[in-house]
Design a protein around this ligand. Structure first.
Ligand SMILES: [Zn+2]
Length: 389
């Protein structure tokens, strides 16, 4: 096997990510335990952790005394040295947060959007991030931006965003020019999911995350990683077809009919209310029937997806506009009913509030995720790779 150019740097990056992730998930942890779990030599672990301490990514914490030998200093993630920024972009505002390495929010700022023009939106994002960071940026390793719609993180393009009125917008490049920082972009629901992966309450590696708001979304986590599909199209739950009862077909904004979006998103519920003559906001009491129908469809749709993927945990995040009385509770019950007669038990199901801070925090966590995951796996002869780049 021929040695590859760049392999050494790649192996170093992989080992650093591996050790950082081990500290993140098992903190505080000793160097000896890291060596035992990774199979790296004690000298290698000392060298790598030394570099990570210098970069502010790790700190030495408490000392433990074993049964003989020298006392060991345990390692934790650094708290004050390195930060990431995240933004939830909506048609009316850019909501920014700054998070520490653990994903804890340390600052927030919201900036109004004067227009939905991509270049102006990018400028508003930049103003929001600078204000959240207090004028002068602390050591920020990058900025994550969450946009509603189908987002191809790999190419940096927003494929489609109904909320922003965008199609084929090269947003990542515009943002990098406005911010002069590394930027990653993602959909609302993938950003929200990324935040959950940095939440101590969710240690599992097989998860399904749904978002319910003006639109519906789904994020798929397999083996601890978000699956984005080809061109960012994974999780297209909103526009799969609901099996419907009697009554006229409901036209969806995607051009199809009777998508789950028409039954269980706020957009779809509002259209249905208008069709029956109601020109007003949805009301938790007056529209109990509409909400019950939406919850029932949502529960069935989510269970269909869950039965295919077999997650350990399902989380359903409700945007503030979808906080409608018992909507979340009914959707959860409808989901669990679909497992009544199945020969496998249902996954754990939580409902949660997914407000703009949670989404912005998740976008920041998608930047952090890059630290804890090597960009490429080790090259080998069976897989052509551009790892030397
Ligand atoms: Zn549709």
């Amino acid at each position: 096997m021929k040695p590859r150019a760049g392999s050494k740097a790649l192996i170093r990056e992989i080992n650093e990510a591996l050790i950082l992730d081990m500290v993140r998930t098992q903190s505080p942890i000793s160097r000896a335990r890291i060596a035992a779990q990774t199979g790296l030599s004690a000298a290698s672990v000392t060298g790598i952790t030394g570099r990570l301490i210098q970069a502010g990514l790790l700190v030495e914490a408490e000392t433990v005394h074993g049964t003989g030998g020298r006392p060991a200093r345990l390692l934790e993630l650094g708290r004050h040295g390195v930060f990431a920024a995240g933004v939830r972009l909506s048609p009316t505002a850019a909501h920014a947060v700054v998070v520490d390495l653990r994903g804890g929010v340390v600052a927030t700022h919201s900036e109004p959007l004067e227009s939905g023009e991509p270049a102006e939106a990018a400028e508003a994002v930049a103003r929001a991030v600078r204000a959240a960071a207090g004028g002068k940026l602390p050591k920020i390793i990058g900025v994550g931006v969450a946009v509603s719609g189908v987002v191809d993180q790999g190419s940096g393009f927003v494929r489609h965003s109904g909320a922003m009125g965008w199609a084929g917008v090269g947003l990542q490049r515009l943002l990098e020019e406005a911010l002069d920082e590394a930027v990653v972009i993602d959909s609302y629901v993938n950003s929200y999911a990324c935040g959950l992966l940095f939440d101590d309450a969710y240690k599992c590696r097989e998860m399904l995350i749904f978002s319910v708001g003006t639109s519906l979304g789904a994020a798929v986590v397999v083996d601890g990683r978000i699956q984005r599909g080809f061109d960012g199209s994974a999780g297209g739950f909103a526009h799969s077809r609901a099996i419907t009862g009697p009554g006229p077909a409901r036209a969806c904004h995607c051009g199809a009919e009777d998508c789950f979006e028409t039954r269980a998103s706020l957009w779809g519920m509002q259209r249905e209310l208008e069709r029956s003559g109601g020109i007003r906001e949805i009301d938790a009491d007056a529209d109990a029937h509409l909400i019950a129908d939406a919850a029932s469809h949502l529960g069935i749709g989510m269970a269909n997806v869950a039965k295919v993927l077999g997650p350990e945990q399902v989380v359903v995040g409700f945007a503030p506009e979808a906080d409608l009385g018992t909507f979340a509770g009914q959707a959860r019950q409808a989901f669990l009913r679909q497992y009544d007669h199945a020969n496998t038990p249902p996954p754990l199901v939580d409902t949660a509030a997914a407000d703009h801070v949670e989404l912005a925090r998740g976008a920041a966590c998608s930047v952090l995720a890059g630290l804890f995951t090597a960009r490429e796996s080790l090259p080998n002869e069976s897989r052509p790779s551009s790892a030397s780049a």
